[in-house]
Design a protein around this ligand. Structure first.
Ligand SMILES: [Zn+2]
Length: 271
């Protein structure tokens, strides 16, 4: 594992990106997660507890049955029923994860997990990539609020250690790790996939054969590259040639054909 993270080096890279992206951006550009490979290493060495336990029941069937007689109005939680998970759920700095969001998770290897809606297509995509002789590796997937908080706190601490005041440290940290409650990883619909032979989360990912194949074919399996280079001002997040988001096959094909990012696509649907 190569340790390439350095807060100031990162800040410099970020500043360069901001310049490249143009300074007219209205949204603060946030790098959605740490590029620190040490955090991956930590995830690998400290696997999270079995994730099936995190499958959350949305309502008590008995309760639902009795209430259906008295009131036709469904329980408020029903919108969060895993069987009705909104595959177009938009989670970003302006749209935090909905209150009481629940998701049925299916564990993958190495302590990873994704929403049950995404798992079959994800497995098919990875298997087909492997059949091409490629070695894709899911290095990040579902994160609990606590996990996101821990990643964020760790990032804040790194800036505090550099002598930053708390407010400044928090602002800098948010460029690298999404503020808890605003990370798409908390939906269970997002995965970071890297090449087994290059596990560093930087732009070098896009040059790997794995990433080139995924970028070309992900839509066939219902995934989109969520934070494209040419949409940074709209997504508010720097280019991430490793972060894929499940939206379902039909939608993924439409998004690919339209050239829109998820924010634009959702906005267009609402019109
Ligand atoms: Zn990601």
């Amino acid at each position: 594992m190569i340790h390439r993270f350095h807060p100031f080096g990162g800040a410099f890279a970020c500043a360069v990106l901001l310049l490249l992206a143009g300074c007219s951006t209205r949204l603060p550009l946030i790098r959605e997660e740490s590029s620190s490979s040490s955090s991956q290493q930590e995830e690998a060495s400290l696997p999270e507890p079995p994730l099936q336990e995190e499958v959350l029941a949305v309502s008590d069937p008995a309760e639902e049955e009795s209430s259906s007689e008295a009131a036709p109005e469904p329980p408020a939680e029903e919108t969060a029923d895993p069987s009705q998970l909104d595959l177009l759920l938009l989670v970003n700095a302006q749209n935090p994860l909905p209150e009481g969001y629940t998701v049925s998770l299916v564990p993958l290897d190495d302590g990873q997990a994704v929403a049950q809606e995404a798992v079959d297509d994800l497995r098919a995509m990875l298997a087909d990539a492997q059949a091409q002789g490629l070695s894709p590796l899911v290095c990040s997937s579902y994160r609990t609020q606590e996990k996101q908080q821990s990643l964020y706190d760790k990032q804040v601490q790194q800036w505090l250690d550099q002598g930053y005041g708390l407010e400044d440290a928090q602002r800098e940290a948010a460029r690298w790790v999404a503020i808890p409650g605003t990370s798409e990883h908390q939906t269970g619909l997002a995965v970071d996939i890297v090449s087994l032979y290059n596990q560093v989360l930087d732009h070098s990912q896009e040059t790997t054969e794995e990433q080139q194949w995924l970028m070309e074919h992900c839509w066939e399996y219902g995934f989109i590259l969520r934070y494209p280079q040419d949409k940074q001002e709209i997504t508010g997040i720097t280019y991430e040639p490793w972060h894929y988001r499940y939206v379902g096959r039909e939608t993924a094909a439409q998004i690919r054909d339209s050239g829109l990012c998820l924010e634009e696509y959702v906005a267009a649907l609402a019109e």
